[in-house]
Write a protein that binds this ligand. Sequence first.
Ligand SMILES: [Zn+2]
Length: 406
Amino acid sequence: MWQDIIDSKADSAILGFFLNMPERTFSVLEISKHLRQRPAKVIGSLSKLAEADLIKSFSKKGKRYYFLNEPLTPIEYRSRISYLKENPEALQLFLQKYNKLKQDSIFCANKNIQSENVVGDRLFRCQKCEDSFDLEKCDEVNRATFGFDGVSSQDVDFFGPMQLCYEGFSIFGQYNCVSTILCHYSHDAFYSEYCISSHHLFGCISLHHKEYAIFNKQYTKEEYLKLKAKIVDHMKKTGEWGEFFPVTSSPFPYNITVAQRYYPLSKEQIETKGWHYETAAEGEEEEYEGAFEVLPADTTSMDSSVVGKVFKCEKTGRPYQMIRQEYDYLHSRSMPLPRVHPDIRNERRMERRNPQALFQSSCGRCGKATQGSFDPAKKQNIYCPGCYQRCVINQPQASDQPVSIA
Ligand SMILES: [Zn+2]
C-alpha cells in the first residue's frame, strides 16, 4: 500500500510504476517500453541519464551529449557528470539550473500519442478513452489510471490485459469482473480479493483455482447462479451493486496511503467523508533516541558498513536507513548516498510529475484552448500539440540557449 520499492530485480530499485521490466534504473516514476524512449529520457534519473548520454535536456529529440540543453563533446559531458557525482554543492546548483530550464522550456499540452478520441493525458495508442491517465493500448477504457491492454472497462486502476471490468484495482488477465482487488487471471468474479485463476466467485478472498464460490463456500453451478442473482437483487435495492468496497472498510488511514499522493485531502476533508485519518502520520516522529551517523560531503566511496546505520534526514530530521540494494546500486555507479528520508525522496519525485487531473490552458503560440495535465498555476510554457509539432519537434527551439553550470 505504501511501498516505494516495487521491484529490485534486473538491477533496479525504487521504482514508481512500470509497464515493462526496467533494467539498471533507480529512483524513477513511470517507465514504459511503448514510449519508444529510453526510460531515462522520460523521467530524468541522474544515473540513467548519465548512461543514456543525455541529461536534463528538455524537448530534445534524437540528441546525445546534451547537458542542460547545451551540446557537449563526449569527454566534456562525462567530465561534468563526474563533477556532479563528487560535489554535492555543484549538484544542488545544477538542480537549481535544471528547474529554471524546466520553467523556461516549452512543453506539449498533453502526451496523448498515437491516440484517437481520447480525453486525458499520457495516453499511448489508445482510442475512445475518457478521463483517463497513463494508459497504453486501451480501447474504451474510462476513468482509469495506470494500465495497458484494457478493453471496454471503467473505473479501474493499475491493470494489465482485461476486458469488461468495472470498479477494480490491480486487474490482470481478467474478464467480466466487478469490484475486485488482485484477482489475477480470474473471470466472472465479483466483490472478491486475492483470488487467483478462479471464476464465478462472489465475496471471496484468497482462493486459487476455484469456481462457483460465494463467501469462499463451494456451490454447484446452478446453486451459484441462483444465489448470486438473489444477492445482486438485494444489492440493487440497497444501492451497493456496482459500487466498489466502501473506503470505510479500508484497514489503512487515508492519509498514509498512496491515494493521498495522487488525491491529497486535508484532515477535515478526510474526516468529513467519514474516513479514517491517522494523526501520528503527520509528524512521523519515530521513536529513536540513539546516535546518528553523519555522512561526509563525498559519499561515493563509502563502504557497505553504512547499510543498517541510522542517519538524520537533512530536511525533516527523521531517522532513516539505507538498504543493501540501494547501497549496492549507488556504490556500483559512484553515485552519492541519499541524505534525506525515503518519504522526502518520494515526495520530490511526485512533485516533478504532472497530476492525474486535467486543466484548461491556452497555447503559448497560437492562443488556442488546449487541455492537459499541466497546472496553469505553475505558469509553464505550454503549446498545443499542433504548435508543439511544428515549432519544437520539427524545428529547433528558439529558446535553445545553453545553460552554464560553472
Ligand atoms: Zn497552438
